[in-house]
Write a protein that binds this ligand. Structure first.
Ligand SMILES: Nc1ncnc2c1ncn2[C@@H]1O[C@H](COP(=O)(O)OP(=O)(O)OP(=O)(O)O)[C@@H](O)[C@H]1O
Ligand SMILES: [Mg+2]
Length: 267
């Protein structure tokens, strides 16, 4: 059942095994961090002064697998939808996980899906991420392929990043929101209202510190990315997201909230 460590690659390190119709997943320890990418991230964070660019990979693959198992258990104990760690090797060369169903990426990328149905699933994902953050937790790198959907709702898999070793919880949560939304810009082409909608649903539930860090990050990045809109392909996806964040979060800034407060409650 278990693979020869020499044959493990980034593509086959997580594989589904069918036990008479019941699926489980084997996940193998594998070094994901690339030294050159790590250096670029260090450079970007030094130049920008922003922690969110720092690499959050744990360098030792077995330590990373054990860390991920601990985080999956933590989220499950807190009542969130995450896979159960069924078994693991004594040295964390592998672990087996319960099946979480299909990923959000796989579901929303079905070409025959109606835009509204796709939008509803992405809204649920944005809200679930905000609830996770509201309870003081984080994902680490919530791409659509690391979120799942089953009858318990949105689930969280692939928790091998450890951002808290290089940034605060608020920065970690802001980076979570940014990475999720950036991945979801994929679905924005057919639906220009999607980003404002996802941002509003996230911001309605997420903790103020995370929103503040997200807003601060978007406003710091906007002037850096603005010139890129003149490239032949037009505004890059990150630029679209940053503009939507700066606009969508303006009511959440302390000054804007203070102004509303001073003017008295709106009726
Ligand atoms: N418990 C699970 N339930 C359902 N699908 C799973 C589960 N574990 C892994 N998968 C599937 O396998 C893929 C890879 O698993 P995972 O994301 O944990 O590995 P990874 O190598 O860290 O991936 P990435 O390339 O995103 O860094 C997932 O995107 C998902 O499709
Ligand atoms: Mg993954």
């Amino acid at each position: 059942m278990f693979m020869d460590p020499a044959k493990i690659t980034a593509e086959n390190r997580a594989i589904m095994v069918d036990f008479n119709g019941a699926a489980i997943w084997e996940k193998y320890a594998f070094v994901k961090s690339h030294p050159v990418v790590g250096l670029l991230q260090t450079f970007a964070s030094a130049v920008s002064g922003m922690n969110i660019f720092k690499s959050s990979y744990i360098r030792d693959a077995r330590v990373a697998l054990e860390f991920e198992a601990g985080r999956l258990a933590e989220l499950r104990n807190a009542g969130f939808n995450a896979p159960k760690v069924l078994d693991h090797d004594a040295n964390w060369a592998w672990m087996t996980l319960s099946d979480m169903g299909d990923t959000v990426a796989h579901i929303v990328k079905k070409t025959d899906m109606e835009a509204e149905h796709r939008q509803n699933i992405l809204v649920r994902a944005a809200e679930s991420l905000a609830v996770l953050h509201g309870y003081g937790h984080y994902h680490g790198r919530p791409s659509m392929r690391d979120l799942t959907l089953n009858k318990r709702g949105i689930g969280f898999i692939d928790l091998e990043h450890n951002p808290l070793m290089v940034m605060s919880l608020a920065e970690t949560q802001a980076r979570d929101a940014f990475l999720f939304l950036l991945d979801a810009t994929w679905a924005e082409r057919d639906n220009p209202k999607l980003m404002p909608l996802l941002i509003a649903h996230y911001a309605k539930i997420a903790p103020p510190d995370a929103i503040e860090a997200l807003d601060r990050t978007a406003r710091a990045l906007r002037p850096i990315l603005a010139p890129l809109q003149y490239l032949p392909g037009g505004q890059p996806r990150a630029g679209v997201l940053i503009n939507a964040l700066v606009e969508g979060l303006q009511d959440r800034r302390p000054a804007a909230r203070g102004a509303v407060h001073k003017a008295g409650p709106r009726v």
